[in-house]
Design a protein. Structure first.
Length: 72
């Protein structure tokens, strides 16, 4: 699901309100795989740098980026 949301954002140049909400839910509940992190990081960077625009607001701040759990 994350890959699909990220691909859609890169194709359209926009992160929809719905997609951002789904991503925030996934991140908040930690329902993502470690292989999802590069996609999330790419989206985060694209929004931060203005390559992808958010529908949700004029702010470029997307969300808290999940840091891998270092206690393994």
């Amino acid at each position: 699901m994350i890959r699909t949301l990220v691909e859609s954002a890169f194709q359209t140049g926009y992160l929809s309100v719905e997609s951002e909400g789904l991503l925030q839910q996934v991140l908040a509940t930690k329902c993502y795989q470690s292989e999802d992190l590069p996609d999330i990081a790419a989206l985060y960077d694209a929004v931060r740098t203005g390559k992808i625009k958010r529908e949700a607001s004029s702010s470029n701040v997307l969300m808290e980026f999940p840091l891998p759990n270092k206690s393994s």
